[in-house]
Write a protein that binds this ligand. Sequence first.
Ligand code: CP
Length: 331
Amino acid sequence: VNISGLKMNFAGKDFVRITHYSKKEIEYILDVAEEFEDTYRKKTQMKLAEGKILATLFFQPSTRTQFSFQTSMHRLGGSVLGFAGTEYTSVMKGENLEDTIRMFDSYTNIIVIRHPEAGSAEKAAEVAKVPVINGGDGSNRHPTQALLDLYSIRKFKGKIKDIKFAFWGGIKYSRVAHSLALGLAMFGAKIYQVYPGNQSLPDNIIQELKEKYNVSAPPRLQPDEALKQVDIVYMGGAIQDLTIGGGKAMVSEEERKKTLEEYNKYFVLSLERFKKLGVKDDLLVMHPLPRHVETLKPDLDNTKHCGYFEEAGYGIPVRMALLALLLNVKN
Ligand code: CP
């Protein structure tokens, strides 16, 4: 790949963290995704990845990441195998992650892994010779969600730089928010946080924002203040993130109860609330999904504020682009 005289080589690389790629490289992936929109919308099939096999290894539940990767590989003309849950694999007989990965490394051309342990995708990438894509590791990172979110913002707002973007809800343990905050900083968006209790971005992400992109800790806004000021509210702190680390509770029961109470009191998004506050017509709500209908009310679904379903759909062209580039089947 060679744009503007800059040589870029995606072939055979892993995609474990968004920060392993430069802004130019991420931009290029998003540009390639534009080229795949036609195939996504018309639901047709290409022949680019004919003869290639994708392994989707999901040690944790998933609807969007798992099936959009599978759809993307089918649309590229490749094949898919893998598991959703380890019940009928030899993980049940005690096989470790490394040996499981070694097997799929020999069977397939590229691997997507979702796993409850932070650092598991890195561990898999060290063992595998084929590219490994992180589909979410514990409460750590979810870089392909960040990719599709950056793509969505560019589609919805025409740019990412200077967009006022508020993370809405607790994002301390949100792997989606951790990756996206770094992606937004890379592109120069103005990041804010609106969170209950002490559920702000964790120190390691704040430190990375500073070191890699010279961005200070995103300021905290009050909920109503954010809804009036920003361009995008992102419900990145799903309630399940409080328990996402290997299915174990990340916080004490008392803290969890208190946070949920505060969440339910101040963090519900609804058309009724938007009307009462008089928010901007183009205030956009994004959400990686799955949502909790108690906190993101269905009355927003058919309004101009709703970005979350289109956002999820963009997972297809974006993941097609990523697969095609790492497999080196796209010129
Ligand atoms: N956004 C996301 O990761 O959704 P799934 O958990 O359904 O894959």
